[in-house]
Ligand binder design. Structure first.
Ligand code: C2E
Ligand code: CA
Ligand code: CA
Length: 466
């Protein structure tokens, strides 16, 4: 073989080897890139893309799939108070605990923020999914999470969707699990399976939402007013406005029938505005007729943002109502969901002279910690503790402690859900400032509320209690 041929062959071999090496490298790089694109950089778990790439082929092959969507409750609090680095540290621990809990049975992915999706192939029906969800929540409860040396207690809410029944694409399952998760969070039950009846995106929910705007314009919405009386029942102190929808086809709808849908859309802001203006107009009319009371309006958690102050200003200006006679009732859950935001809004309202009440107090998972630094005026004890007060001594212990605590914090205490004379008497003896419930009156249309006040001989007096 001539030297030329040898040199030529060597060159070819070297070139081929280089080409092969390059191909291998390129493949390797592509694999790493693809892997990275599927991986959540913080936790090392799969991300949304990984979830889709894993789930879609299984669905395409007709394999049953369960999807659990987990969202941590009040995690924003960790980020807000301890900083994002601490939040990240906790998220890494959470991701380990979650994947460790289910082992090979399921794949845990992180969708972003404090939201995790768990894919369960071939689930043994809804029962197994519920069991797995509960195991996940239980694992959070004993997770022993910490940011630096600060121990962090975490809870979560999980929504469940099942292929076939709840959807046939992963996108559809995710959306439905999200609806269920939101419902679980709202009702504080921990775990919920998707239910079309309470889905704002389902045909019924969409139809209602579509009708709501015209309902506001066409006077189908109405407010009913429930009185708040003094602890001894002798004075009328105020009314609480509660929204109703006189639906042309479905009849009288209660807030529970439509608010959960509305709260998931921007329409909630229009509703809050409508309720505020209508309630204050009514209160001003009553005042002109000699019935002088405060007016309380419920504000959904989602409305508790910086825009609320503008709407309140507008309603006060339109009705010439004095801010000190307006009470905004916000639920404890709203405060827990976004403590920093709630605090800022409440401070701004207080600055403006508006009174703020914490509604459903005691029903939420946290309580006292979040009251700290929150400039509220009133505490409304959740009716679950009030309704059985006389029959259950432990409820009485809770109620009397809350009253004592609230008074020491300088807050007015309102008991809601007072249904019997015995409960009213007991609450009065315990020093409760204001009472509200069916025993005194149900929520009534405006004309009946006025008639009730007249019949009871109550003209009201907007007394400042705090
Ligand atoms: P809430 O603010 O806790 O209002 C009290 C609810 O308990 C009302 O139900 C009222 O009818 C009912 N209630 C009053 N006294 C008694 C009693 O003695 N026993 C029993 N068993 N129940 C009593 P409603 O009107 O169905 O309202 C439910 C919830 O919907 C309200 O709970 C409030 O969170 C929300 N809501 C009502 N109106 C509005 C509104 O205009 N805007 C917003 N964002 N939420 C509203
Ligand atoms: Ca309320
Ligand atoms: Ca309440």
């Amino acid at each position: 073989m001539s030297a030329l041929v040898i040199a030529w062959t060597t060159a070819v071999v070297v070139t081929l080897a280089a080409a092969v090496a390059l191909t291998v490298l390129v493949r390797q790089r592509d694999r790493v890139r693809a892997e990275l694109a599927r991986t959540d950089p913080l936790t090392g778990l799969g991300n949304r893309r990984a979830l889709l790439e894993l789930g879609e082929p299984l669905l395409a092959r007709g394999r049953p799939l369960g999807l659990l969507l987990l969202d941590l409750d009040g995690f924003k609090d960790v980020n807000d108070t301890l900083g994002h680095a601490a939040g990240d540290e906790v998220l890494v621990q959470v991701s380990r605990v979650l994947s460790g809990t289910l082992g090979d049975r399921a794949t845990v992915t992180r969708l972003g923020g404090d939201e995790f999706a768990v894919l369960v192939p071939d689930p043994a029906g809804e029962a197994e999914l519920e069991l797995l969800a509960k195991r996940l929540l239980a694992s959070l409860a004993v997770g022993g999470f910490h940011a630096g040396v600060v121990p962090i207690d975490l809870q979560g809410s999980i929504g469940i969707a099942l292929s076939g029944v709840d959807g046939n694409s992963l996108g559809g399952l995710l959306q439905r699990a999200d609806v269920a998760m939101y419902a679980a969070k709202r009702s504080r039950v921990g775990v919920l399976r998707y239910d079309a009846a309470s889905d704002p995106h389902s045909a019924g929910g969409l139809e209602l939402l579509g009708q709501l705007r015209s309902a506001m314009e066409e006077d189908q919405l109405a407010l009913h007013y429930q009185p708040k009386v003094s602890g001894d029942g002798s004075r009328l102190l105020g009314f609480e406005a509660l929204v109703r929808w006189n639906h042309p086809v479905r009849g009288l709808l209660l807030p529970a029938d439509f608010l959960p849908f509305v709260e998931r859309t921007h329409l909630i802001h229009a509703l809050t505005r409508w309720v505020l203006i209508t309630a204050l107009r009514q209160a001003a009319t009553w005042r002109a007729q000699g019935l002088s009371t405060s007016m309380a309006v419920n504000v959904s958690a989602v409305s508790l943002d910086t825009g609320l102050l503008g709407v309140v200003e507008e309603a006060l200006a339109l009705t010439r109502w004095s801010p000190g006679d307006l009470v905004l009732e916000i639920t404890e859950t709203a405060i827990v969901d976004d403590p920093a935001g709630a605090r800022a809004t409440v401070a701004a309202l207080r600055e403006r002279g508006v009174r703020v009440a914490v509604d459903d107090f005691g029903a939420g998972s946290t309580s006292l910690g979040h009251l700290r630094g929150l400039a509220v005026h009133e505490l409304k004890i959740d009716r679950q503790f009030v309704s059985e007060l006389v029959a259950h001594p432990e409820d009485e212990v809770i109620v009397s402690s809350v009253i004592a605590l609230a008074h020491r914090l300088g807050l007015v205490v309102v008991a809601e859900g007072v249904e019997t004379v015995a409960a009213a008497d007991r609450l009065c003896a315990l020093g409760c400032d204001e009472l509200q419930g069916f025993f005194f009156a149900r929520p009534l249309p405006a004309d009946q509320a006025m008639a009730w006040a007249r019949a009871e001989g109550l003209t009201g007096s907007a007394v400042e209690l705090a």
